[in-house]
Write a new protein. Structure first.
Length: 626
């Protein structure tokens, strides 16, 4: 047995002595005049004694009080029993804080059940174990360092909150593994993952995705599933599409809603412009189905906030609303250089925001937002925004090395603004240029033998390269062709730049504040404000976009609004995922043998309280030793 504070035992002699003195000390009595001393003979004998102390008699109360003092002072010395046990592990408690953890399919919510499970893991820590709390949201964040202090861990768990974001779980697991591996103390490590498995959303053929490309090393991962599933309908995508043609200036709002329950759902879908409702419809979606609902909106003269709301009560509210900012269309002046091409001119003229001027030869790009070259271009060009169709120059984002025949696109980035709503299908092109991207270029579509479409940016100038010859294919007859040309012109002219001003929640973005602004204030959807410094060259980095809704940005002569939306099918799908498929999960290893100092304080205090209760009973019952 050992003691943590043995010096506290020095309190025993003075306290025990004081208790004994209280029992042998005589009381001082006052002289009283009485008529007879016969009845007071005992008092007279005490008064006649010369000593202030009396003989110590047998007394149960004295014995009990000495025992109480002994046990309490012994407890202050913090005695403990030495033993050895298995422990000393490094544990990362990884808690999923994505939007699906707000679901109420289990009461009161998934995140609260996760906290209960986390506290149980803290209570089950073994001697020498050290635990770290890590939250897994859009980005993994450390809530504590490695510690063995249970109160600190419980306080950290209480602070964890679920956000309106998806989760980068692979990054979080790899970070947790690296943190365990960084402990160079010879201890074994493990990861305790508490999650609903929303990151394991099924792929297009319904097969659950497994976690691959993990760097677990020797660290074992233990999965604790949360949730039992529930009915949920969510907005999984929202976007704007400019109407082309001569129908006038209008915008089509596209809302994609998915029913993740096993029964049909009927609800009202409401569209708001600012605070005013501009459209509403009753929507019915079959079980486990998706529906795209279009809404026509008149082109605004000023930016307007568009909000979509689902009037439905389900297990998750974060996906029942989405927003974007509709900005006026920017008119663009385009210079088309080259021989007459009816298909290309018609595609350019379809867009009412584009004004086209044709020239046989290139003179100057001043006064034009975009210059288009078809089949040939000058070797050297001044700064500007250029579209190269089956040709190149020093301003092109590629280097051309030859010509290819009978080429078909193999893959393309459907989310890039240039290729939005564009589908090449099985189209083949009789001729295409063989090209590789410049150091400042980026391939967004590839063919069987090389780059197909390449974009590039140099400072404030943009360029776009199409390797295929539109005259040697049927592609100009497809609906996708005028869409591709319109997308390209607006991207080159800068009018497409986040024209709906929406980002996925949890995304870091750069606010386009001009140089000299100093700082801007961002008001988040919950009303909280954040101040962000603007760089000397302009632009302010902001990453606190964990809430669904509209964000107001204000600064010196600068004001804008953007929206953050969940729009994530994996988070909206509340299907239980009880198993975590890992490509490689090391076997669980026991800890090492560590010294365990078992504190006896609680037991000693308990015995002292029992003796105190006995002393109270003896005092009131007048029980004494014979």
């Amino acid at each position: 047995m050992g003691m943590l504070n043995p010096w506290n035992l020095l309190w025993l002699p003075p306290i025990a002595g004081l208790i004994v003195v209280m029992y042998i000390l005589k009381l001082r009595r006052k002289d009283v005049v009485v008529s007879s001393t016969y009845l007071w003979s005992q008092v007279i004998r005490d008064v006649q004694a010369n000593s202030p102390f009396q003989k110590l008699r047998k007394n149960l109360l004295l014995l009990l009080q000495l025992l109480i003092a002994l046990f309490l002072i012994f407890a202050l010395a913090r005695p403990f029993l030495r033993s050895t046990t298995i422990g000393g592990r490094n544990i990362v408690l990884l808690m999923d804080t994505s939007a699906s953890m707000q679901a109420t399919d289990v009461a009161p919510s998934r995140i609260e059940i996760a906290k209960q499970k986390a506290r149980e893991l803290v209570d089950n820590l073994k001697p020498g174990d050290r635990m770290m709390v890590l939250s897994a949201g859009a980005r993994p964040r450390a809530v504590t360092g490695f510690t063995s202090e249970r109160p600190e861990l419980r306080r950290a768990i209480d602070r964890v909150q679920a956000m309106d974001t998806s989760t980068a779980m692979r990054d979080a697991i790899n970070l947790a593994s690296d943190l365990v591996a960084s402990r160079k103390d010879g201890s074994t490590g493990r990861i305790e993952l508490i999650s609903d498995g929303g990151f394991l959303a099924a792929n297009t053929n319904g097969t659950p995705l497994s976690m691959s490309n993990l760097n677990l090393g020797d660290t074992h991962l233990s999965y604790h599933p949360i949730g039992k599933g529930g009915d949920n309908v969510g907005i999984v995508a929202i976007d704007l599409r400019r109407n082309l043609g001569n129908q006038g200036r209008s915008v089509q709002l596209l809302v994609v809603t998915h029913n993740f329950s096993n029964k049909p759902q009927t609800f009202a879908q409401e569209i708001y412009a600012g605070q005013d409702i501009v459209d509403a419809s009753e929507v019915t979606i079959e079980a486990n189905s998706e529906q795209t609902q279009p809404y026509d909106i008149v082109e605004p003269t000023d930016a307007v906030n568009i909000t979509v709301k689902l009037d439905i009560k389900d297990a998750l509210t974060a996906d029942n609303s989405a927003a974007l900012v509709l900005k006026p269309r920017k008119d663009l002046k385009v210079l088309l250089v080259g021989k007459e091409n009816v298909f290309l001119e018609n595609a350019l003229n379809v867009d009412p925001a584009v004004t086209v001027t044709r020239a046989e030869k290139f003179g100057d790009s001043k006064g034009y937002d975009v210059t288009v070259f078809a089949d040939s271009a000058p070797a050297k060009l001044p700064p500007g925004n250029y579209l190269f169709l089956h040709c190149a120059s020093d301003a092109a984002p590629v280097k051309v090395s030859g010509t290819l025949q009978n080429v078909a696109p193999a893959d393309w980035e459907k989310e890039h603004p240039v290729l939005r709503y564009v589908d090449f299908g099985q189209e083949r092109f009789g001729s295409a240029l063989k090209a590789v991207p410049q150091s400042w270029g980026r391939e967004i579509a590839s063919a069987e033998s090389g780059s197909f479409i390449v974009v590039g940016e140099q400072g404030k100038n943009r360029s776009l390269f199409f390797g295929f010859d539109i005259n040697e294919s049927l592609f100009p007859l497809r609906v996708a062709f005028p869409i591709l040309i319109s997308n390209s012109i607006h991207w080159l002219g800068g009018s497409e730049e986040n024209e709906s001003s929406q980002v996925a929640t949890g995304t870091a973005l750069t606010l386009s504040a001009p140089p000299g602004t100093g700082k801007v204030t961002v008001t988040r959807p919950d009303g909280s404000k954040r101040e962000v410094l603007v760089a000397k060259r302009g632009g302010a980095a902001f990453d606190e976009t964990e809430q669904v809704g509209l964000y107001q940005v204000e600064g010196k002569e600068f004001k804008t609004t953007f929206a953050a939306n969940l729009s994530n099918a994996g988070e909206s799908d509340l299907t239980p995922r009880p198993n975590l498929l890992l490509s490689d999960n090391p076997n669980e290893r026991p800890g090492k043998r560590v010294a365990d100092n078992r504190d006896l304080l609680p037991y000693i205090v308990l015995v002292a309280l029992g003796i105190l209760a006995l002393e109270w009973w003896a005092f009131h019952r007048r029980v004494y030793l014979s």
